[in-house]
Design a protein around this ligand. Structure first.
Ligand code: ARG
Length: 459
């Protein structure tokens, strides 16, 4: 018997049950559901709807149900439509008809909204710890490579020399923003809808501010119609998760590229590389491809759920049950990717010589323009003159460092022998000293700023 079967004379169709039931995926909210019910039992006791003895019985029974879930001893029945009905069904078996008093003034509408908010806050906290690990792994690798030169790219074309630490730290700041966004989303989830009833509110004068405090919520909803249907926090969380996934996909792409023998800058530890069943030489970066690929489903969960929300009429509608699979899947996806990405970054081998030997003289063209700027030439003109030098080098099979001084001086008499001193990768990097640049001194400051960020975040 379902909990709402009283008005029906025929049993529910089996196909409808399969479509309608959510216990298969919402049972993982058992902890939050039982926490919510214990607090609610105390609220209706305080409102003198149930006696202290009845409340004690209900709470003890709920603790037993909780223990059953936690030890995998909970036995499901065909009538367990969702986590809320399953807990109440089992509670009734354990303590008898008094269990029927728990749901007084409450609806599954305010119950599920409360459960999912508690779940989201817990999930974000767990994910935040993983992101913290990733940032620490990045800082650790970066600290070793503040002087390791590598090519920097725009459009995947060689651009200017940078240091490896600068590349690694760029991801540190992406993750910092992700953590910030997730914390924000958790803040918006931190509003208790319980006491909204089905839609109109609670008729038993429960003390909602007290109930919110007991459940660890910072505040409570101000409008019961909005309270039961507000899933903005789910959409926001899905966005923050999709953005995180998008950052991990970019890191994935960089690692795939840089570990390609054509680049050869990095090598994945054997434990985190995969081989080919036919080509014995292969060392693939499958996990980073998965990090790249799974960004797609994170985005899908966000857009799918946004489409579900659009145009819904006021208050609770069953469409909202779609919130959970999207959210659970996005959280699970990141929880599967992150431990591997963290391990890959921590164990990454950076081939210092390959990084260095991939630098080509053309990446110094901007340095040469800056050299002319130092001599008072407007940058636009300098850019043009160096462009001519690049063309001549290309045509004569030389490079910017082997093109003759005479050739340079034919282009402009501002070029002097000292130009060759500006054509050094170390110098090029060292000049980018303004905060946020790739000079080793600036990168060391950046790493300190990163460490400071981490310690402030956790304080
Ligand atoms: N399983 C439902 C959900 O996830 C719980 C709320 C059901 N409410 C209702 N009026 N049918 O949304």
């Amino acid at each position: 018997m379902s909990l709402w079967g009283g008005r029906f004379s025929e049993p529910t169709d089996e196909d409808l049950k399969r479509l309608n039931d959510s216990f298969g995926f919402d049972r993982r909210m058992y902890g939050q559901d039982i926490r919510g019910s214990i607090a609610y039992a105390q609220a209706i006791r305080d409102a003198q709807v149930i006696s202290s003895e009845e409340c004690d019985q209900i709470c003890a029974g709920l603790e037993t149900v909780l223990a059953e879930f936690e030890t995998d001893a909970f036995v499901t029945t065909a009538d367990d439509e969702d986590i809320h009905t399953a807990v109440e069904r089992r509670l009734t078996e354990i303590i008898g008809p008094v269990a029927g008093k728990l749901h007084t003034g409450r609806s599954r509408n305010d119950q599920v909204a409360t459960d999912l908010r508690l779940w989201t806050i817990d999930a974000i906290k767990a994910l935040d710890a993983l992101l913290d690990h990733l940032q620490r792994a990045l800082v650790e690798q970066a600290s070793v490579h503040t002087d390791t030169l590598m090519p920097g790219y725009t459009h995947v074309q060689p651009a200017q020399p940078i240091v490896v630490a600068h590349w690694l730290m760029s991801y540190f700041w992406m993750i910092a923003r992700d953590r910030d966004r997730l914390r924000d989303a958790a803040g918006r989830a931190d509003v208790m809808p319980l006491g909204s009833g089905a839609l109109a509110g609670n008729p038993f004068a429960i003390d909602r501010p007290q109930l919110a405090e007991n459940l660890g919520f910072s505040s409570y909803s101000q409008n019961s119609l909005d309270g039961v249907s507000d899933r903005d926090f789910v959409a926001e969380t899905l966005f923050a998760l999709a953005m995180t996934g998008s950052h991990l996909s970019r890191l994935g792409e960089d690692v795939v590229l840089y570990s390609n023998p054509g680049f050869g800058f990095i090598k994945l530890n054997d434990r985190y590389s995969t081989g080919s069943s036919i080509m014995p030489q292969k060392r693939n970066a499958d996990p980073m491809e998965l990090a790249r690929g799974k960004a797609g489903r994170l985005l899908g969960n966000l857009t799918g759920f946004m489409a579900t929300l659009k145009g819904l009429p006021s208050t609770y509608n069953k469409d909202l049950q779609e919130d959970k699979e999207a959210l659970f899947d996005s959280i699970d996806t990141l929880e599967s990717i992150l431990p591997v990405v963290i391990a890959i970054i921590s164990t990454l081998h950076i081939d210092v010589d390959r990084c260095r030997s991939a630098l080509t003289d053309d990446m110094l063209a901007t340095e040469l323009a800056d050299y002319l700027v130092d001599k008072g030439i407007p940058f636009r003109e300098a850019h043009h003159l160096v462009g001519e030098a690049v063309r001549q080098a290309e045509e004569t099979g030389t490079t910017l460092t082997t093109l003759s001084l005479e050739a340079y001086q034919q282009i402009s008499n501002h070029f002097e022998a000292s130009l060759f001193e500006s054509l050094q990768f170390e110098k090029a990097v060292a000049r980018k000293e303004a905060v946020g640049g790739t000079a080793p001194t600036a990168v060391q400051q950046q790493i300190e700023a990163g460490k400071q960020w981490l310690s402030e975040w956790n304080s």
